[in-house]
Design a protein around this ligand. Structure first.
Ligand code: 13P
Length: 340
């Protein structure tokens, strides 16, 4: 294992002013996104949509890495170059989602555990050969009546650590993603408590599995009020609660925290990241690894039509630029108004 190479890649993924595009929707998930804009989901439309994202001029100024799905890693741009090469040629690091999805945890109604460890070592070796330099594994923790249970948190943390250790062995930087869902009527205090307990367990397992933290990134939820909670915490409260939680539990050796958007609107995701970066200096970079919060305006502009590719690229560039500004605490709502 070359720790220096892993640490160099991890730091490049959270370079100043840059963050990650999560474009790793599984075939089922991207179909849902396409359904929402009345676009058909075929291998070719998925390829064309990803090509527009990966060939947007100027985006590499704000985007350090892109997370791909297995199908996309094997596809090519119209000029015949494989997508990992298209990205690498523009200075973007290609990554790959390697988990096989969150499945029902047997015996624990309402809770999930993530599949995908079987055969993972072999898949990682192939992904490295195809050009991937980092990987992602998402664990899902649900807040509800009597949940999450300790068993659910422990099972997911254990799987994340086994995945992370295998990634490092294969020369891939593991993005460790324990997502505490925002679904539900819980308070922000409850979200903070569950996020803290989850991260505490995740770092204990990573340590136990000899994962070198300098060669990892954390992809967490922000600490938020549940979606259906009658009192919604404001941007300042979200930023303060999130930072308090992470300062207590995320080791300083971790180079960066790259938030998921998790159902926040694009504006909320940018504004909250901005607020955290405006609040001060921290041991880790605070960045983004957004899926929906980067792509929602792009899909809306594209709507499956070749005629809209230019507008879709402009929408992506604009959103990436705003999140780039949020990396420095320089974003303001005024900047949303700039027409694209
Ligand atoms: P969202 O930003 O849409 O939550 O997606 C990020 C991601 O990669 C989820 O695994």
């Amino acid at each position: 294992m070359n720790i220096d190479a892993l640490a160099t890649t991890a730091r490049a993924m959270v370079a100043p002013g840059k963050g990650i595009l999560a474009a790793d929707e599984s075939t089922g998930t991207i179909k849902k996104r396409f359904d929402s804009i009345d676009a058909e989901s075929t291998e070719e439309t998925r390829r064309a949509y990803r090509e527009l994202l990966f060939t947007t001029e100027g985006a590499p100024k704000y985007v350090s890495g892109v997370i791909l799905f297995d199908e996309t890693l094997r596809q090519q741009a119209s000029d015949g170059r494989p997508f990992p090469k298209v990205l690498a040629d523009s200075g973007i690091i290609p990554g790959i989602k390697v988990d096989m999805g969150a499945k029902d945890l047997a015996g624990f109604p309402g809770e999930k555990v993530t599949d995908g460890l079987d055969g993972l070592r072999g898949r990682l070796a192939e992904y490295y050969d195809l050009g991937a330099r980092f990987a992602k594994w998402r664990a899902v923790i649900t807040i509800g009546d009597g949940i999450p249970t300790r068993t659910c948190i422990e099972s997911n943390a254990h799987a994340l650590a086994r995945y992370a250790a295998l990634c490092q062995e294969s020369g891939l930087v593991p993005i460790v993603e324990p997502e505490v869902l925002m679904d539900g009527g819980h308070t922000i205090e409850r979200c903070e408590e569950v996020t803290l307990a989850t991260l505490e367990r995740v770092y204990s397992e990573l340590h136990g599995h000899r994962v070198v933290l300098e060669g990892t990134l954390l992809k967490p939820n922000m600490v938020l009020s549940g979606k259906d909670c009658p009192t919604q915490a404001g941007v300042g409260e979200v930023a303060a609660a999130t930072l308090r939680c992470f300062l207590r539990v995320v080791p300083a050796a971790v180079p960066g925290i790259v938030f998921l958007s998790g159902g926040q609107t694009p504006e909320q995701a940018t504004e909250r990241l901005n607020a955290m970066n405006a609040m001060g200096d921290y041991p880790w970079e605070l960045s983004f690894s957004y899926g929906r919060a980067l792509q929602a305006p792009v899909l809306e502009a594209w709507r499956g039509s070749d005629a809209n590719v230019g507008a879709a690229k402009r929408a992506y560039h604009h959103r990436a630029k705003l999140n780039g500004a949020a990396r420095y605490g320089n974003y303001s709502r005024e900047m949303e108004k700039v027409s694209v």
